[in-house]
Write a protein that binds this ligand. Structure first.
Ligand code: SF4
Length: 378
């Protein structure tokens, strides 16, 4: 079956982290009610148009674990009236390591959730405080035990590096805690200073100083070496997994395949059309009340752009790369012929590798990955 993802954005957070520019709102009963009512309408509207089989389901945010089990069950039940998935399909649920009980996790399992994604970021108390994360290392250890106790094997943890004053030893200590906790997948991101965040303001005012570029690169490479030594494969630029635990849902994005996004600020990609929902609960809700799709931006991609994006995104996958046969089936041509000039140049520079099956980045290209990827866009 062709892969197709379903993403549900839960725009609720107990508090706002200093670096975050995702759309989320402070948790309050009336906000939850407004969100759930509007989401139900969106499921029905989009379900009638784009319903059908999906291969993965992902509840992200925000903080989906702000919802009660009953609310999660109601969302999935409504989705299931229009979107179908096979029992045991990858269904991911993001949690923060706050007060998540074993009972809540067991409940998620009973709802069919097969994979958890835990937003840890760091184990250093001073960094958790700077980032305004609400949890402690103790919370992470407890939630990891509860995850295992509830019978989940497939779980991922997010880590951030390049934090203010962070050393390589501190980053490695976070990764060691994640591996010790039994995670099968780790997403490791460099801290980005997004415009209009409190972090951007603090950096501009000189209140926060970030590590130098070479220190950040050392953390990236040191973290990578450590995870490889623990049996993880570096299968995507920011993602590591024990074999068999790679994220199927994220692979849909990286292969530039279709997904339906629900919830404020969620994106969809269907029939070469990229759509973003209004990133504002009031606007999102009022469009749905008027029986209109809550879409704020829509872009119809032409064939050339779609090919370029397929190259750009596919190169994120370090082991799989851009699968030439899949590309040929989709576009009727060989990507190595279409992009022969770029590919020859990058191969000569040692930045790309071409095999009969794939085109992929080399280890040497990591610091320049973005530059190589962007060259494929028209
Ligand atoms: S918990 Fe996640 S979504 Fe919420 S503010 Fe923090 S980083 Fe953003």
């Amino acid at each position: 079956m062709k892969s197709r993802g379903l993403y549900i954005h839960v725009p609720l957070c107990a508090s706002k982290c200093i670096y975050c520019d995702f759309y989320s709102l402070p948790l309050a009963d009336e906000v939850v009610t407004q969100y759930l009512n509007a989401l139900t309408r969106e499921i029905q509207l989009k379900g009638e148009i784009w319903g059908g089989p999906v291969t993965t389901v992902y509840l992200g945010g925000g903080t989906p674990s702000c919802l009660s089990l009953g609310q999660v069950a109601a969302i999935l039940k409504e989705c299931n009236r229009f979107f179908t998935w096979q029992h045991g399909s990858e269904m991911t649920f993001e949690i923060n390591p706050g007060t998540i009980s074993k009972g809540y996790l067991r409940g998620l399992k009973n709802l069919g959730i097969t994979r958890l994604s835990v937003g840890l970021q760091t184990t250093a108390p001073r960094h958790l405080a700077i980032l305004r994360r609400r949890h402690t290392v103790g919370d992470f250890i407890r939630v990891s035990e509860n995850i295992a106790g509830a019978g989940f094997v497939n779980y991922s943890v997010d880590a951030l590096y390049g934090l203010p004053g962070q050393t390589l030893a501190e980053h490695l200590s976070t990764l060691q805690a994640i591996v010790a906790a039994g995670a099968k997948h780790v997403s490791v991101y460099g801290l980005q200073v997004e415009p209009n965040t409190p972090l951007a303001q603090a950096v501009a005012q000189g209140k926060i100083t970030l590590p130098a570029e070479d220190e950040v690169a050392d953390m990236m490479l040191g973290g990578r070496d450590y995870l490889l030594s623990q049996g993880f494969s570096h299968y995507e630029l920011s993602n590591f997994a024990i074999n068999g635990y790679q994220s199927e849902h994220n692979a849909i994005y990286w292969r530039n395949e279709e997904y339906v996004g629900l919830g404020p600020a969620a994106s969809s990609y269907i029939k070469r059309r990229r759509m973003s929902n209004a990133a504002d609960l009031a606007r999102y809700g009022s469009l749905l009340t008027a029986n209109r799709l809550p879409v704020a931006a829509c872009e119809q991609l032409d064939g050339l752009w779609e090919m370029g994006e397929t190259m750009m995104l596919g190169l994120r996958m370090l082991s799989e790369g851009v699968n030439r046969e899949r590309f040929r089936r989709r576009f009727g041509c060989d990507c190595v012929e279409v992009y022969s000039a770029f590919i020859a140049k990058f191969v000569a520079q040692g930045l790309l590798e071409v095999t009969p099956e794939t085109v992929r980045l080399t280890t040497r290209s990591f610091p320049l990955a973005n530059q190589v990827q962007m060259a494929f866009l028209p």
